[in-house]
Structure formats: structure tokens, C-alpha cells
Design a binder for this molecule. Structure first.
Ligand code: NAD
Ligand code: DAU
Length: 372
């Protein structure tokens, strides 16, 4: 039995991962540690709470006692670290929470993992790149396998018209969010070089799909377009992102976890660059087709409104994912054309979920922007 500590498993990618991992790894047990911020919702995990191989713990990754206690209590041998403040706009309005969770939280988790990492005292030079056998527990933490840190392509900064981010692109974070993620990536890497902690880092492009909180571009536009509200496009709408269906990201994480080389970084992307305006127009057209045009008789594209740009808005992200393909055999399975239709259909079928997640502290902010 592999005991996996997932942090942030009640968020968008974490919840998709927990679902997929319970299916894909029949021998694993998952402990999900999540603070349940505005972005974390137990509704994202509906149907799995009863699974005997799953346990939910509400708590903060910055709580050193709680985290260290979990390593011992649950004999955690593997960590998949998703928990973070994840929204760039919020990091511009209030960076403190990003430094707290993304930097201090990751540091706290690393410290707990380090204590649990059993270094073979007889060996002057531990060999962290090999899996250690799970065996006797000595009443202490047992991180014997891997600490996989889930990060973002935003750490690399912004691209011009051409070029791709590779694993050796120098870090150049430009928002408080990406700076906090870059900082956490460096800490994770330092714990490998200094203490031999068996870490892996993944840097992924923009995800989309079920359970994404409707503050991010795709679910925000779906929800607003469905309800006849304005569709805010920042700046000229020509900023480019590389979009990846969330289940493909989760599959890549499982590959990296099982086959990745300890100490390495893997870039994950969808080979799917789109300008924001194309995304917004595509969603409008899918909705017009599926639920009919607006009651005014106008197409949903008429709701598009160009608004003031995001400060420091990165122009273009694009990932070179050839390392994860060549070394681990991972490639995205879902095309954007399929994924975006599946996503719109999921939101159409889950309007209660949208209403429930918008019911918390986010509602006030949302209604100020877009009306009740
Ligand atoms: P999300 O905002 O949907 O979920 C974050 C989760 O972390 C929530 O469940 C929240 O309750 C939890 N959390 C926040 N602070 C916490 C704390 N202090 N202690 C415990 N739990 C806490 O985020 P997401 O989009 O699912 O992203 C997950 C991870 O993937 C993040 O690390 C993010 O940087 C990274 N990432 C996201 C994307 C993307 O497109 N969404 C792309 C690449 C990488
Ligand atoms: O690249 C990976 C990153 O992708 C992740 O690390 C982040 O956690 C995730 O939030 C995402 O960051 P972005 O800033 O790219 O995502 P967001 O959905 O906020 O915005 C996507 C693009 O759409 C971006 O260029 C800004 C633009 N945008 C966004 C919103 C919310 C708009 O034009 N209008 C909007 O209302």
C-alpha cells in the first residue's frame, strides 16, 4: 500500500487528481489535506468520501505540527503538493496570502518531509534517485518515495512571438503569484540538493475542465455567457496561453510520479496555443449552438467587452513538452476542440455546483463586477 499525502485536493486540479489516482493506483491510499479556502470545495470530491482508501483532513499546510503529525500517523511515503493560492488577479490585489501559502506553506511541508525522509545513516552518500523499499515503520515519518511539487509555466516569465519554455529556461516570474511559485520551486530543488529529498517538479501550462473555480477565464466566460453577463477580455485579447485538459495534466503527474527521475523538472503542456479572444469567441459559439442565442436575439459574442488590462500581463506562454514525451511517453490525449466542448457541457450540467461554489466569500466580489 502506498500512502499518498495530497495537498490541495479539494481544489480544481487536486480533486481531478484524487479521482484519477484512486482509479489508477489500486494499491494507494490518499490523505487529502486542504484548508478549504474559497477555492476548495468538498463538492469537488462528491462520491469519493466513502472510499475506504481516502481520508479528508481540513487543515493548513502552514501548520507544522499538523503536517508533521500526518506524516507519522498516516505513514506518508509520497507527497503530491497542489495546495496554493492560484489566481494571478488575486495575487495583484493581495499578495500576502500567496507568500504565506505558496512559500511558507511549501517550506513547512518540505521540513516535515525532510524529517520523515529516512536517510540511511550508514551511507555517507545517500542515493535518493532510487525508490526505497517500503518496510518497517519505526514510529517516525517514512517519506521513502517521492515529493512531487506541482508548479506552473508562469515561473518562466513571458515569451515574445516565438519560442517555447523548456526546463532550462531561466526563471523570470513577473506577478506575485508566479514569484511565490518560483520561490517554492527553488525551495523544493534546494531540499533535493542539500538534503537528498527525493523531489520531482512539474511546470504546467493553463488547465481547463470540470471543477475549475469560475474566476478563471474559461469557467468565468462560460458562466457569464450562459447568464447573459458581460464577458471581460483584458487588453486587446491577444495574450496567448497554452491550454491543457485537466485530466491530461493529472495523467502526466501520475507518469512523472511513477517514472520520473528524482531531482528532475518536467514541463507539461498541451501544444495548444490560443489567444484569449479566440477562447472567448469559441465558448460563445458553443453556447449559442447548445442553448440558443440570447433572448434579445443576439449572438453571445455581443457580450464581449474589452476591459482594462491586468497589470504586468504576461503576453505569451508556450511549453516545450518534449522531455516528458520522450522520456516518459506522456502526451495529451484530449484535443482542445474536444476538451472545450466537454467542459462547456460539464458546466451546463452542473449549474448547482457553480451556484454552490459562488455562494461563499467570492460572491460579493463577483456581484460587484458583474451584477447579481
Ligand atoms: P485551486 O485554487 O483550484 O485549488 C487550490 C487548493 O488549495 C484549494 O482546494 C484550497 O483550499 C487549497 N489551499 C489553499 N491554501 C491552502 C493552505 N494554506 N493549506 C491547505 N490547503 C490550501 O488551484 P488549482 O488550479 O487546482 O492549482 C493547483 C496547483 O497547480 C497549484 O499549485 C497551482 O499553482 C498549480 N497549477 C495550476 C494551473 C492551472 O491552470 N490551474 C496550471 C499549472 C499549475
Ligand atoms: O499558466 C498556468 C497558470 O494558468 C496557472 O499557474 C494559474 O494558477 C492559472 O490561474 C492560470 O493563470 P492565468 O493568469 O493564465 O489564468 P486566467 O484564467 O486568470 O487568465 C487566462 C488569460 O485570460 C490571461 O491572459 C488573462 C485573461 N483573462 C482572464 C480573466 C479572469 C481575461 O482576459 N479576462 C478575465 O476575466
Amino acid at each position: 500500500m502506498q500512502n499518498i499525502l495530497v495537498t490541495g485536493g479539494a481544489g480544481f486540479i487536486g480533486a481531478n487528481f484524487v479521482r484519477q489516482a484512486l482509479q489508477a493506483l489500486p494499491e494507494c491510499r490518499i490523505v487529502n489535506l486542504d484548508k478549504l479556502t474559497y477555492a476548495g470545495n468538498l463538492a469537488n470530491l462528491a462520491g469519493i468520501a466513502e472510499d475506504a482508501r481516502y481520508r479528508f483532513v481540513q487543515g493548513d499546510i502552514c501548520d507544522a505540527e499538523l503536517v508533521s503529525g500526518l506524516f507519522v500517523e498516516e505513514q506518508v511515503d509520497t507527497v503530491i503538493h497542489f495546495a496554493a493560492e492560484s489566481h494571478v488577479d488575486r495575487s495583484i490585489d493581495g499578495p500576502a496570502e500567496f507568500v504565506q501559502t505558496n512559500v511558507i506553506g511549501t517550506f513547512t511541508l518540505l521540513e516535515a518531509a525532510r524529517k520523515a525522509w529516512e536517510v540511511d545513516k550508514s551511507s555517507p552518500s545517500p542515493q535518493p534517485s532510487s525508490f526505497r523499499p517500503c518496510g518497517s515503520a519505526r514510529g517516525e515519518g517514512v517519506l521513502r518515495q517521492r515529493f512531487l511539487h506541482v508548479s506552473t509555466d508562469e515561473v518562466y516569465g513571458s515569451l515574445g512571438e516565438t519560442g517555447l519554455f523548456t526546463e532550462t529556461t531561466p526563471y523570470d516570474p513577473r506577478s506575485p503569484y508566479s514569484a511565490s511559485k518560483a520561490s517554492s520551486d527553488h525551495l523544493v530543488s534546494a531540499y533535493h540538493h542539500t538534503y537528498g529529498l527525493p523531489v520531482l517538479v512539474t511546470n504546467c501550462s493553463n488547465n481547463y475542465g470540470p471543477y475549475q473555480f469560475p474566476e478563471k477565464l474559461i469557467p468565468l466566460i462560460v458562466n457569464n455567457a450562459l447568464n447573459g453577463k458581460s464577458l471581460p477580455v483584458y487588453g486587446d485579447g491577444k495574450n496567448v496561453r497554452d491550454w491543457l485538459y485537466v485530466e491530461d495534466h493529472c495523467a502526466a503527474i501520475l507518469e512523472v510520479l511513477q517514472k520520473g527521475q528524482v531531482g528532475e523538472t518536467y514541463n507539461i503542456g498541451g501544444n495548444n496555443e490560443k489567444q484569449n479572444i479566440e477562447i472567448v469567441q469559441t465558448i460563445c459559439d458553443i453556447l449559442d449552438e447548445k442553448v440558443g442565442v440570447l433572448s434579445s436575439g443576439e449572438a453571445r459574442r455581443s457580450l464581449i467587452t474589452f476591459v482594462k488590462d491586468r497589470p504586468g500581463h504576461d503576453r505569451r506562454y508556450a511549453i516545450d513538452a518534449s522531455k516528458v514525451k520522450d522520456e516518459l511517453g506522456w502526451e495529451p490525449a484530449v484535443t482542445f476542440e474536444e476538451g472545450i466542448v466537454k467542459t462547456v457541457e460539464w458546466y451546463l450540467g452542473n449549474t448547482e455546483w457553480v451556484a454552490s461554489v459562488l455562494d461563499g466569500s467570492y460572491r460579493e466580489y463577483y456581484e460587484k463586477q458583474y451584477g447579481a
